[in-house]
Design a protein around this ligand. Structure first.
Ligand code: NAP
Length: 478
C-alpha cells in the first residue's frame, strides 16, 4: 500500500542523511538504492526512525510505496548516472509525479532534463543541496529550480528539513529549470575561493611567520569570534588543533598538499567566462587546486628554481596578524561580489529573475559558506536590489575602503617573500581595476585596431575610427 509522502533514491553519504532528516520531521519516506545491501544497512541505521522508512529492493516496490502524485528525490552521483536512473524510473511513474535531482548537477544537464520532461506529464526539479553530511542530516541549505507550481508541491517537506537562520528556513524557489543548480554551482565556486584564501593566509602564517599549527589554530579561533565568523573559519581552527593518531603531531602537517575537485568550481569559471563576467577569485582557486595536484612537478621545480624571495620580516607581528584578518575579509568580499555578479548576469541570460537577497538569506545557515557575513550581504541586496556590484553598496563600499589597505600590505609582503597568494592578489587586482574610471584598455584597443582593423571608440564621442598607424597597415575610415 502506498504510504510514503516522498521517495528518495541513493543512500550514499548525502542521500542517507537527507532521508533520516526527512523521516525525523514526521514524513514517511520510501527509499531505494542501486545496491540493495546498502538499503538494508540504511534501514538498520535508521533505528528509532524505522517506523517512517519503507526500504524497497526494487524500483517497482519503491514507486508503489509512494502516494501519488509522487515527489521523488534522486541523490546519486551526478552526470550520466542521473539520466540512467531517470530512465529506469520513468516507466513506473504517472502524470504529475516529480523527479527531483538533488545532486551536484551541471545546470545545463538540468535544463536539458527539464525540457525533455516538459510535455510528458512528469515534472522535473533541479535542487542544489549544500551542507555536506551534517547539513543533510540536521538541516541543509536548499536551492530549488523548476516550475513555481512544482515548488509549491514540495515546499512544505523541504521547508521542514532545511536549516534555519533566526527562524527563517534556508530554502527557496529561485526560478525555472536550471536556476537552483546554477546557484548551487556558484555557491561552490565561492566556497572554492573562500577556502583558497584561507589556505593562503594559513601559508603566510606557517611559512612567513613560522608559526606552528596550534599557534595558527589560536589565530583562526580568535578570528572566528570576530567579523570572519563562519563555518569555514571554525573548521580551519578545528583542523589545526587536531592531532594525528599515528605521530601525535598536528594532522594538518601530515596531510599531502594535493587537493581534489569535482567540477562545480570549474563550471563556475566556465559560465562566468561565457558571460564575460570576471570571477578572478574563483578562477585563482580552481587554478590553485590544479597546481596543487602537480605535486611531483612542483617538487622538481623547487629543486631547479629554488624558493624565491626574502624571509618575511614584520616590524609588529600583532599588527601584521590584524592585517591578515582584514585582508582575508577584503578578499572574501571580492570573491562574493564576483559570485553575485555572475549570478546577476546568468539571471538575465537565462531569464530566471534570481532573487539576490533571498540567495544570500538561504546561505546564512546550513551550507558550507554559511557566515554572519551573508547576513550583511542579505541586507545590502535588500536595500539595493539593483546594485551593479556588491562592493558599491554603501555598507560594503565602506568595508572595502576600510580593509583593502591591509590586503595591499599583506599581498605586497607575501609577494616580496615569494609566498603564493593568487586568490588574495586577484581580489586586489579586481578592486583596483573595478574602481578605476580610466583604465588601460585604450592601449589594448589601439593594438587590436593596429593588427586587426577592429576600430576604436573615442573619448570625445566622435565617430569610431581606425588608425592612424603610419605604416599603411590600416587606413583611416572616413
Ligand atoms: P556517495 O556517498 O558516493 O553515494 C553515491 C550514491 O550514488 C550511492 O547511493 C550510489 O549507489 C549511487 N549511484 C552511483 N552510480 C549510480 C548509478 N549509475 N545508478 C544509480 N545509483 C548510482 O555520494 P554523495 O556524497 O552522497 O553524493 C551524492 C550527490 O550529492 C552527488 O551529486 C554529489 O556531488 C552531491 N553532493 C555531495 C555533497 C557531499 O558533501 N558529499 C554535498 C552536496 C552535494 P551504490 O550504493 O549502488 O553505489
Amino acid at each position: 500500500m502506498a504510504e510514503a509522502e516522498i521517495g528518495l533514491i541513493g543512500l550514499g553519504v548525502m542521500g542517507s542523511n537527507l532521508a533520516l532528516n526527512i523521516a525525523e520531521k514526521g514524513n514517511t519516506i520510501a527509499v531505494f538504492n542501486r545496491t540493495p545491501q546498502r538499503t538494508q544497512e540504511f534501514f538498520h541505521e535508521a533505528g528509532d526512525l524505522q517506523d517512517r522508512v519503507i526500504a524497497c529492493e526494487t524500483i517497482e516496490q519503491f514507486v508503489a510505496a509512494i502516494k501519488p502524485p509522487r515527489p521523488i528525490i534522486i541523490m546519486i552521483k551526478a552526470g550520466e548516472a542521473v539520466d540512467q536512473q531517470m530512465e529506469l524510473l520513468k516507466p513506473y511513474l504517472q502524470a504529475h509525479d516529480i523527479m527531483i535531482d538533488a545532486g551536484n548537477a551541471n545546470f545545463r544537464d538540468t535544463m536539458r532534463r527539464f525540457d525533455a520532461l516538459k510535455d510528458s506529464g512528469l515534472t522535473f526539479i533541479g535542487m542544489g543541496v549544500s551542507g555536506g553530511e551534517e547539513g543533510a542530516r540536521k538541516g541543509p541549505s536548499i536551492m530549488v529550480g523548476g516550475t513555481e507550481d512544482s515548488w509549491k508541491r514540495v515546499e512544505k517537506v523541504l521547508t521542514s528539513i532545511a536549516a534555519t537562520y533566526n527562524g527563517d528556513p534556508c530554502v527557496a524557489w529561485l526560478g525555472e529549470n536550471g536556476a537552483g543548480h546554477f546557484v548551487k554551482t556558484i555557491h561552490n565556486g565561492i566556497e572554492y575561493a573562500d577556502m583558497q584564501m584561507i589556505a593562503e593566509i594559513y601559508g603566510i602564517l606557517r611559512d612567513g611567520l613560522k608559526m606552528d599549527a596550534k599557534e595558527i589554530g589560536e589565530v583562526f579561533g580568535r578570528w572566528n569570534k570576530g567579523r570572519l565568523n563562519s563555518f569555514l573559519i571554525e573548521i580551519t581552527e578545528t583542523v589545526l588543533n587536531a592531532n594525528d593518531p599515528l605521530t601525535g603531531g598536528p594532522i594538518v602537517d601530515v596531510i599531502l598538499d594535493r587537493a581534489g575537485q569535482k567540477g562545480t568550481g570549474k563550471w563556475s569559471v566556465i559560465e562566468a567566462q561565457n558571460m564575460g563576467i570576471p570571477a578572478t577569485g574563483i578562477e585563482a582557486a580552481v587554478a590553485a587546486r590544479s597546481l596543487s595536484s602537480m605535486k611531483e612537478e612542483r617538487v622538481a621545480a623547487e629543486g631547479i628554481l629554488g624558493l624565491p624571495g626574502a624571509p618575511l620580516e614584520v616590524a609588529d607581528r600583532e599588527a601584521f596578524i590584524a592585517d591578515l584578518e582584514s585582508a582575508l575579509l577584503a578578499a572574501k568580499i571580492g570573491a562574493y561580489a564576483q559570485g553575485f555578479a555572475v549570478m546577476a548576469a546568468a539571471s538575465k541570460e537565462f531569464g530566471w529573475n534570481l532573487p539576490m537577497p533571498t540567495i544570500a538569506k538561504i546561505w546564512r545557515a546550513g551550507c558550507i559558506i554559511r557566515s554572519q557575513f551573508l547576513d550583511a550581504i542579505t541586507k545590502a541586496f535588500t536595500d539595493k536590489p539593483d546594485a551593479a556590484n556588491l562592493i558599491v553598496t554603501p555598507a560594503f563600499a565602506e568595508l572595502v575602503k576600510e580593509t583593502d589597505g591591509a590586503l595591499r600590505r599583506v599581498v605586497s609582503a607575501a609577494v616580496t617573500s615569494g609566498l603564493p597568494v593568487p586568490a588574495l592578489a586577484s581580489a586586489l587586482g579586481y578592486f583596483d581595476s573595478y574602481r578605476r574610471g580610466r583604465g588601460t584598455a585604450n592601449m589594448i584597443q589601439a593594438q587590436r585596431d593596429f593588427f586587426g582593423a577592429h576600430g576604436y571608440d573615442r573619448v570625445d564621442g566622435l565617430d569610431s575610427h581606425h588608425g592612424p598607424w603610419g605604416s599603411g597597415l590600416v587606413s583611416e575610415r572616413s
